[in-house]
Design a protein around this ligand. Structure first.
Ligand code: 5GP
Length: 118
């Protein structure tokens, strides 16, 4: 299935610039861009350039990269003025409601979040 096969996703096309995205941050390892269907006044995604399908696929080899993604999430949230806080989410697999099988960190802010989520 798509989870195991490593089929290129829409996010690989954003990485190789064959489809556009509203990019907030780019470096050698990752990209941050606005979510096309925002669930908060500010909603962006941080993705690795290499197509790790999901958090479950990550190994010790990706430890530094995973840390980098989180720091880019934080730095980008601060650049966007989310000083009162924000929410980080990683949807993992079918039960996690993951729809795009290229690892991504959601960052949402600009409103009061509810807890627990649905
Ligand atoms: P998931 O449910 O896999 O955690 O989240 C995938 C996210 O990617 C969704 O929030 C969806 O709105 C976003 N998304 C899907 N396709 C595109 C796209 O082509 N461009 C952008 N910017 N976001 C997308």
């Amino acid at each position: 299935n798509a989870v195991q096969s490593g089929t290129p996703t829409i996010f690989s096309k954003i990485v190789d610039k064959s489809i556009p995205a509203d990019i907030l941050h780019e470096d050698e390892e990752c990209l941050a861009f606005y979510d096309v269907n925002p669930q908060a006044p500010v909603h962006f995604l941080v993705i690795p350039k290499c197509p790790i399908p999901m958090l479950s696929s990550a190994t010790k080899n990706e430890q530094v990269l995973l840390g980098h993604l989180l720091l880019v999430a934080k730095i980008t949230a601060e650049k966007l003025g989310l000083y009162e806080g924000y929410r980080i989410v990683i949807n993992n697999g079918p039960d996690g409601a993951q729809s795009v099988y290229h690892l991504h960190i959601h960052v949402m802010g600009g409103r009061q979040m509810d807890w627990p989520p649905g």
